[in-house]
Design a protein around this ligand. Structure first.
Ligand code: SF4
Length: 699
């Protein structure tokens, strides 16, 4: 008889347990907030397959709707594992402006509402109620990034660790295969889960300080308590800095946080997986499909069905990203053979159309990259791995990376092999022409998506991203490679609106830069202060956690929308918001540049905005209501009403304002002074281009 693992997904019912797998009971029950998709891009499939391969009978309850759904396969022998799914349930359900999303890409048919808010807490409560005394282990992105007290954007409050709120027995953070296998083996030998306080990559609750020992012989560090961060935002910023510095498997200490009368203890992160371990994880016989119980497809699968994850971790420390807290900084690589073998399996599947949609990871060109010092001693605290320039100790993996891509391209049935994952452009420039040339020639599906995230170097510094000029150089280099390859391909830029330090005036300048340089960003992501990032700490506390210097932040959804509209200023729907933003920031001089032909669709002569601005004129409701604007939502409708009731005068940008020093100056100059200097564009001066010409090949 063939091994059931070769042809069946994990069971979701008693019939499947018996008929597919020959089991009469489960060892482990996994409860998940997403639909069950048996694909290695889905966390529950990775964990479930790892447990089954280790001999544990594991079943999955996906998106349970009532108590009976939890009971379908009976009480498991060892424990229940609970996860909200591939992404945080609040981020899945609500936009940055806290509006409900209409679709859920992790549910069959994209249907919303199949998972509760803060699903980890709700599911854990139900498991505890239905299976009295059964150990419950929580994990997944939601639990992982909420493992310590954190800012919850959607309630606008500080919340306790999800371990305290859910009352689970243990919390696994990170990718968690190693932790979950250790827990399963130790429970199988009869050990109590209460004794498991020495597993790396887990958090546990201590009733008192004397219960916290030091099994890792690394010492421990106290982080500000839940009560402190609730009442003092400086302490919140302090805490986020401490967490960041301890997220290192080689040198990280235990982190202890007092939470009410108890303590949340975060053990050091799990050791990075070796190549052999990672190869085994991705060699499991995933069906790469939704469980057959679903009638409708799961949209999230479509984007990754034929994609291959080459590695985990990211050496970049982008401040708005939480990947370092979840996957770590050290790159955990699969072997080239393992990646090619997965491509072969994909190519042999029925219905394969010839396209491998992605070969990558957090950044595609970090595959096979390594730093020996980081693995042995931990990441450096005295410098960043990539900034201001990539560290010489970071060994390039380009040779093996290209080898994998070439071998995949040569597989029978494979017509296209694309890279959809991000490319870290400062590394690509460092690693020479060969990589960029080959990617441009073979691995771009018409448009390459790159994420400079901002154009202003001050904001980029706060994001911990390279200067914008580095992106310009990469773009020039890519377009040259594209030309050499005789292809018609483009780069589209991804940007973030509303990041700490990026006020609306800065975004207006960014929009002008993009226009000037002919860039058309495909997507502008509104900054979302998700739990456990440095940018979230900046946003909430108004401080840079590393320097404790103040940072200007925007808090209103309206302002965030204005920033987003500025980037897509050519869209007629955005016209009002763009004008409002320019009025507010005293940058009406940019109106001609940002509103396309200078008429904004009103048919007025091209220099209308500039002329009015120079005369100190206003842009009242009649002017703003012209053109083909449409009401986009209730908020816009409210603005329409306000405009109707308006007396026709927006603040005159030439009204004098008194500066702190007592000098009276025109308002627009005062605003420019606040932004850090008088803006030369008001005086009709052109800025000198900072684009450097390419001089030959870079090696
Ligand atoms: S040696 Fe360089 S690459 Fe390695 S951890 Fe330190 S800064 Fe990062």
């Amino acid at each position: 008889m063939s091994d059931p693992a070769d042809s069946h997904p994990l069971p979701m019912s008693r019939t499947e347990m018996r008929d597919w797998w020959g089991w009469d009971e489960l060892d482990i029950l996994l409860v998940n907030g997403d639909a069950y998709v048996d694909h290695p891009s889905f966390g529950i499939a990775l964990i479930g397959r790892a447990l089954v391969a280790a001999g544990f009978r594991t079943g999955i309850v996906a998106q349970p709707q009532c108590d009976e759904d939890f009971l379908l396969m009976g009480r498991p022998r060892l424990f229940a594992g609970v996860s909200a799914g591939n992404i945080d349930s609040m981020l899945n359900h609500y936009t940055a402006a806290r509006k409900p999303r209409r679709q859920d890409h992790y549910s069959p048919g994209g249907k919303a509402g199949l998972r509760p808010d803060r699903a980890t807490i709700v599911y854990t409560g139900t498991v505890k109620k239905l299976f009295k005394g059964l150990p419950v282990v929580i994990g997944g992105v939601e639990a992982s990034l909420r493992r310590l007290a954190h800012w919850d954007h959607w309630s606008g409050t500080m919340r306790r660790s999800m371990l305290a709120d859910s009352k689970a027995d243990l919390l696994c953070y990170g990718m968690a295969e190693a932790q979950i296998l250790e827990i399963a083996h130790r429970l199988k030998t009869g050990e109590s889960i209460k004794e498991m306080t020495d597993i790396r990559g887990t958090c546990w609750m201590a009733n008192n300080r004397s219960a916290i020992s030091d099994p890792f012989a690394r010492g421990q560090v106290d982080t500000p308590s839940y009560t402190e961060i609730k009442t003092d935002l400086r302490r919140f910023a302090d805490g986020e800095r401490i967490h960041f510095l301890e997220q290192d498997p080689a040198r990280g200490r235990m982190v202890v946080q007092a939470t009410d009368a108890r303590f949340v203890v975060q053990n050091p992160p799990a050791r990075p997986l070796g190549e052999v371990e990672l190869d085994l994880i991705y060699a499991h016989p995933y069906t790469r499909r939704e469980h057959p119980a679903y009638v409708a497809g799961v949209p999230a699968l479509e984007t990754v069905r034929t994609s291959i994850v080459t590695h985990r971790g990211c050496v970049a420390n982008c401040n708005f990203c939480s990947i370092v807290y979840h996957q770590g900084k050290d790159i955990q690589n699969r072997s080239v053979d393992s990646v090619v073998a997965e491509a072969e399996r994909i190519a042999s599947q029925p219905g394969f159309t010839g396209t491998i949609s992605d070969v990558g990871g957090p950044s595609a060109n970090m595959f096979r990259m390594r730093c020996g010092k980081m693995r042995k001693f931990g990441s450096c605290v005295h410098r960043d791995c990539l900034l201001p320039t990539p560290c010489p100790s970071l060994e390039s993996g380009v040779g093996e990376n290209l080898d994998a891509l070439r071998r995949i391209r040569a597989l029978p049935g494979v017509k296209h092999t694309f890279i959809q994952s991000g490319i870290r452009y400062d590394l690509a420039l460092r690693d020479g022409d060969e990589y960029i040339d080959e990617v441009a020639r073979h691995h771009v599906s018409g448009i390459m998506k790159v994420a400079p995230e901002a154009t202003d170097d001050r904001v980029l510094t706060l994001m911990n991203k390279p200067r914008f000029d580095v992106f310009r150089r990469f773009k020039q280099r890519f377009l040259l490679a594209t030309k050499k390859a005789g292809k018609k391909q483009f780069i589209t830029e991804y940007l973030i609106a509303g990041h700490p330090g990026c006020d609306t005036g800065t975004m207006a300048e960014t929009a002008a830069t993009l226009r000037r340089e002919g860039m058309q960003p495909d997507q502008v992501q509104e900054f979302v202060p998700i739990p456990m990032t440095i940018s979230t700490a900046m946003h909430v506390s108004g401080l840079d956690p590393f320097t404790m210097q103040p940072i200007a932040t925007i808090t209103g959804d309206r302002e965030r929308r204005m920033q987003k509209a500025l980037i897509h200023s050519g869209k007629p729907d955005n016209r009002k918001l763009v004008l409002e933003a320019l009025q507010k920031t005293g940058r009406m001089d940019l109106a001609d540049a940002l509103l396309g032909d200078g008429t904004g669709g009103s048919g007025t002569k091209g220099s209308e905005f500039a002329t009015r601005a120079k005369k100190g004129g206003y842009f009242g409701p009649t002017f703003m209501a012209g053109g083909g604007d449409s009401v986009v939502d209730e908020d816009e409708a409210r603005i329409e009403d306000e405009l109707d009731a308006h007396d026709g005068h927006f603040p005159d940008p030439r009204q004098p304002t008194t500066l702190a020093c007592g000098t009276r100056v025109p308002t627009h100059l005062a605003q420019a002074a606040q932004r850090g200097g008088f803006n030369p564009s008001w005086q009709g001066k052109k800025k000198t281009s900072t684009v450097k010409p390419l001089r030959g090949k870079r090696r």
